[in-house]
Write a protein that binds this ligand. Structure first.
Ligand code: PNS
Length: 163
């Protein structure tokens, strides 16, 4: 039985994340989507909101569970008895940060492998931060996020007439 962990902030989950989770779920028996609880960074949505948006968006995938974790990812990996970290790559600009993260995790836990899944071109410009910014300034993000996220964005930010 192979379990992989897909960690991230997921603040909120986007269609790009859903794509990566779908690809990873097709490769492993189980996939744990792990939402980071970052004590030093509050974020836009609460951890419970992020988890419920991700659960809703990934409900069509049978062997996926959404959990949260605090502290080091490698400790969570051990707790989950998983040796595969999934990360999505959108562009070359992601690479430097991802490379550093993967090498740090390798230093901390040599038995753990980081596996990169390349996103589809139509999601390569997507990030949680840009979705929130576009939405905040009145741009349309309906095609970029799952329906439950779109609904919560509308609840979270003051409504504007062109949403
Ligand atoms: O979606 P993000 O914000 O790019 O995800 C980053 C994440 C959660 C994978 C990374 O910040 C993380 O693993 N944080 C947990 C703390 C940790 O293990 N740090 C050591 C590696 S630098």
């Amino acid at each position: 039985m192979m379990r992989a962990v897909y960690p991230g902030s997921f603040d909120p989950v986007t269609n790009g994340h859903v794509y990566i989770a779908e690809r990873a779920a097709a490769l492993f028996d189980e996939l744990v989507v792990a939402v980071l609880v970052n004590a030093s960074k509050q974020g836009t949505f609460s951890i419970d909101e992020r988890k419920s948006m991700a659960r809703e968006a990934l409900g069509h995938l049978p062997h996926v569970q959404v959990l949260s974790f605090e502290g080091l990812l490698v400790d969570f990996m051990r707790q989950q008895q998983s040796r595969v970290i999934i990360r999505g790559l959108r562009a070359l600009s992601d690479f430097e940060y991802e490379f550093q993260l993967a090498q740090m995790n390798r230093q901390l836990a040599p038995e753990v492998e980081t596996l990169f899944i390349v996103t589809e071109a139509r999601y390569s410009y997507l990030s949680s931060r840009s979705v929130k910014e576009v939405f905040h300034f009145g741009g349309s993000v309906q095609s970029m996020v799952p329906p439950g996220v779109y609904r919560r964005l509308r609840e979270h930010f003051p409504p504007r007439e062109f949403h």
